[in-house]
Design a protein around this ligand. Structure first.
Ligand code: TYM
Length: 334
């Protein structure tokens, strides 16, 4: 607790272009919560290397993600927006927490199973211990709340288990974090296969809306969205394509599912797809405009990167030193 405010931590991987799923599942909630909390919003470049990255692309993508955070409405003077790799305490605490995490726990992680199936030629140890580093991210800042999409729920529960285990041995070292998963938008699905999560790395470019996509591309992708032959706009598991479009519409407009179903009662899928595309274009337009301005202001973005890395390091090192002392690392001689 700092200045009477609780603390939020969250992050996104610095891979590829952020998607509408990243925005509706997480980023938009980060912005909504920012005024009431002390916030750390990290660009997780260390997590990104669990799959092979082109070095130049990784650097560019990391900067893009950081600028999108700001463009989406996070004020970098108030929220600490920074790169994970600039704060070495993440990796250091990650090592320590790995010694308090069981192989069995890590092998149950569905993201590990999915990613190892997808990258069968590179099932590296980092992919396996990924959730430990994520626990370190969260616990370093004594975070109370972690706003994420529903796919991160299992990782978050593991972070809580690790923190509780550690506290049981050494006393109250870590705050036990709670997840914050939005009602609308927690799991946005692919527009081409609505049984699959919308993902940055989808090879079918019609499947994913990116935050920086041009309006024409957004509308075109929605027009091509896969639906069904039922012909009725209703919210049911049997119509995953339409259900996904309703989720996107409600998350963008703040309307309820019932209101949305009533609004489009008797309308055709074509009209509905256009309406969803238009609310998404309207939602993303101001972010894109601000992003273009930021992209031209290198000095400003650089100053944010430098100042916030220092701020994050200061707080993270306080927790790290406390942990090191508790577990019995030798004292530093000053
Ligand atoms: P990442 O980079 O895959 O996704 C970033 C955030 O976006 C959410 N998200 C979605 N929400 C709804 N629908 C979707 N289709 C969708 N796709 C992604 C994710 O749930 C996430 O909130 N391991 C994390 C990054 C991370 C992290 C952390 C998060 C590292 N350390 C500490 C929170 C706290 C990840 O890979 O997210």
């Amino acid at each position: 607790m700092l200045d009477g405010k609780k603390t939020i931590f969250s992050g996104m991987q610095a891979t590829g272009n952020l998607t509408l799923g990243n925005y509706l599942g997480a980023l938009t909630n980060w912005v909504d919560l920012a005024d009431d909390y002390n916030c750390y919003y990290c660009v997780v470049d260390e997590h990104a290397i669990t799959v092979r990255q082109d070095p130049t692309a990784l650097r560019q993508n990391a900067r893009k993600v950081l600028m999108i955070y700001i463009a989406a409405g996070l004020d970098p003077e108030k929220c600490c927006i920074y790169y994970q790799s600039h704060v070495s305490a993440h990796a250091e605490l990650g090592w320590i927490l790995g010694c308090y995490t069981y192989m069995g726990e890590l092998s149950r992680m569905t993201q590990f199973k999915d990613k190892s199936a997808k990258h069968a030629d590179n099932i590296n140890a980092g992919l396996f211990t990924y959730p430990v580093l994520m626990a370190a991210d969260i616990l370093l800042y004594q975070s109370d709340l972690v706003p994420v999409g529903s796919d991160q729920k299992q990782h978050l529960e593991l972070a809580r288990d690790i923190a509780i285990r550690f506290n049981n041995i050494y006393g109250d070292v870590f705050t036990i974090p709670e997840g914050y998963i939005p009602k609308a938008g927690a799991r946005i699905m692919s527009l081409q296969d609505p049984t699959k999560k919308m993902s940055k790395s989808d090879e079918n470019e019609n499947a994913t809306i990116h935050i920086l996509d041009k309006p024409d591309d957004i509308i075109r992708k929605f027009k091509r969205a896969v639906t069904d032959s039922v012909g009725i706009i209703q919210y049911t598991d049997d119509q995953p394509g339409i259900r996904n479009l309703i989720d996107i519409y409600t998350a963008c407009t703040g309307k309820t599912v019932d209101e949305t179903v009533r609004e489009f009662d008797g309308k055709g899928y074509g009209d509905f797809k256009m309406a969803v595309g238009e609310v998404v274009v309207d939602k993303l337009a101001p972010i894109q405009a601000r992003y273009d301005e930021l992209a031209k202001d290198k000095a400003y973005v650089d100053s944010i990167i430098k100042n916030n890395a220092e701020k994050a390091s200061y707080f993270a090192n306080k927790t790290l030193r406390k942990v090191q002392k508790k577990i019995g690392y030798p004292e530093r001689i000053r």
